[in-house]
Design a protein around this ligand. Structure first.
Ligand code: AMP
Length: 281
């Protein structure tokens, strides 16, 4: 596995692979790799002839300095896992390489970026859209792989790629969970032992909601109340939102006719977690 930081070299190499007829799969990450990232890598490895991972904790998508400061790092471990996953190239740019000094160019997917996670984290999706645009211009991938855990991010990236006529096909992969249901996240290491014990309630509450919808329940307010009550019984941590929305547009539903996305965000003491569940038509 090659490890490069210089964006110009990455662009040259991926261009050369293209000219040689390779199919390039790309998994953008912020490092601190876990089984969720590994599932994306395994799928990308299987569907392409070359596999590229980026490891970059993108400062512009953090709305809170303490979240950026406490975000876990372990580059040697990440490189080992990337190699084990069959990556041909690990790209580890510096913030200065990605953001040269001076007033920056930014990219914003309007509308979708201002709701749910975007409302709770001002500027977050502008940072995501900006860095993904740069990543996609540098890694000349045919396909890029994103996790359903960050559903809003994945559909914003799809819209970005469609609007700017960028190439990679956006593949959304299912959320990987702990055996108790907690969605894997790099931020889970920042949960206290008590919060970690309570955290599986998120998935249990979402699963309850999905079961209600499958059983014919349609009232979004009752679903939100039921999900909220289940979570409140397990933890005092405040919820940012519980959303009952259309998966492709994130518009709030007056009646929860599938397809429905149930999504939520909760603020534990040192980790804000998100989760969601898709109820398909
Ligand atoms: P991150 O390093 O957190 O920016 O995540 C990099 C990619 O991995 C994103 O596309 C995430 O949606 C995806 N991802 C993170 N956690 C999970 C998970 N538990 N299951 C599946 N994909 C995930």
């Amino acid at each position: 596995m090659l490890v490069l930081d210089d964006p110009g070299k990455v662009q040259e190499l991926t261009e050369a692979w293209r000219r040689a007829g390779e199919r390039i799969g790309f998994v953008p990450t912020m490092g601190a790799l876990h089984a969720g990232h590994q599932a994306l890598l395994a799928r990308a490895r299987a569907e392409n002839t070359r596999l590229v991972i980026s490891l970059f904790v993108n400062p512009t998508q953090f709305d809170r300095p303490d979240d950026f400061r406490t975000y876990p790092h372990d580059l040697p471990r990440d490189l080992r896992l990337a190699e084990e996953a069959g990556c041909d190239l690990a790209w580890t740019p510096t913030a200065l390489q990605m953001y040269p000094p001076g007033p920056p160019t930014v990219v914003e997917v309007t509308g979708l970026s201002g709701i749910l996670e975007g409302a709770a984290r001002p500027g977050h999706f502008r940072g995501v859209a900006t860095v993904v645009t740069k990543l996609f211009h540098i890694v000349r991938a045919h396909r890029a792989y994103f996790g359903a855990k960050d559903w809003q991010q994945a559909i914003i990236v799809r819209r970005l790629v469609a609007d700017l006529k960028m190439e990679p096909e956006i593949v959304i992969c299912p959320t990987v969970r702990e055996p108790d249901g907690l969605a894997l996240s790099s931020r889970n290491v920042n949960l206290t032992p008590e919060e970690r014990r309570a955290a599986p309630v998120l998935f249990r509450a979402l699963s309850w909601g999905a079961g209600e919808i499958r059983a014919g329940r349609r009232d979004p307010d009752a679903l939100r109340r039921g999900i909220g009550a289940r979570i409140a019984a397990a933890t005092a941590a405040p919820l940012d939102y519980i959303a009952v929305v259309r998966p492709e547009t994130l518009e709030p539903l007056l009646a929860a006719d599938p397809p429905v996305l149930l999504a939520l965000a909760i603020r534990f003491s040192r980790a804000r977690l998100i989760d969601n569940l898709l109820v398909e038509a």
